[in-house]
Design a protein around this ligand. Sequence first.
Ligand code: ADP
Length: 315
Amino acid sequence: MTLPDNAIEARGLVKTYPATKTTTEMRALKGIDLAIPRGSIFGLLGPNGAGKSTFINILAGMTRKTAGTVSIWGRDIDHSRRDASAAIGVVPQEIAGDVFFTPRESMEVQAGLYGVPRRERRTDELLAALGLSDKADAYVRQLSGGMKRRLMVAKAMVHNPPVLVLDEPTAGVDVELRRQLWSYVEELNHKGVTVVLTTHYLEEAEALCDTIAIVSRGEVVACESTRDLLRRLDSRAVVVTPEAPLIAAPDLRPFEAALRPNGDLVVTFKTAGDGVEQVLNAVRAAGVKIKDLRTEDPDLEDVFVSLTSGALAAA
Ligand code: ADP
């Protein structure tokens, strides 16, 4: 079989969680198109609730999509679920502890689940690659959180999948372990594994990923090379507290404006281009009376908001 250009392709992917007694219907993915190139380290970046885990759970076969198509390594998940599953390893967000197994046993069980023949198993190699050789026969409950997480990565690789997906791999992980995981991910990538990871740390995506998609409220609001995206993020924000509450953010083109829940108006501008004075002129020209103002480096939330408002998308 010729290798696919894209390790993962989603077209018009929709996921709607039905209403329950306590919640209304939730459209977690609103028809996303995403192509993840073979060989990349691809970052899915977005705030909590954006739909990242939903996307990954669909890939992993743990959540059923509502509509759209998905293929993994060229295999459609509806028509070739088994082949699609064989092509992907998923490291879930939650640390699941198999308290009664040792790491070695846990790896063997996992390999068994995937039908990997004994002679093709790579338990020792994988445990060594993740720095767990000396813990191979300890009880999993005796491992630190970081070791458990590394074991989860090792388990996701038992069937040697060409695509590895990591859901928030370093949430709550100390700096040293984060570096270790990053270098292992890079090593796998050099060996040809396509890596997809979700994170809400821009720093992590920046350090590792060659391509980044930003997801917000179930939509892909940007998808481009890390370099191009960072260039777009090279901006500062002026935060204006208006005299009177605003109903909506005024159109301040070429600047991007967004309202925060507390009523502050956040206006971002390119560091290389205009200055605060031009921003303030635009704010005043839009009829906004300024009660208070300050400048700050924009955080990702602001970037998400301005990307979703469409202002940047047109830039
Ligand atoms: P992320 O991983 O980006 O934080 P999620 O995919 O977990 O986002 O969630 C997207 C949206 O779907 C959120 O509003 C979340 O509350 C909702 N959601 C996630 N899982 C379920 C579920 N099992 N049932 C109902 N709603 C869900």
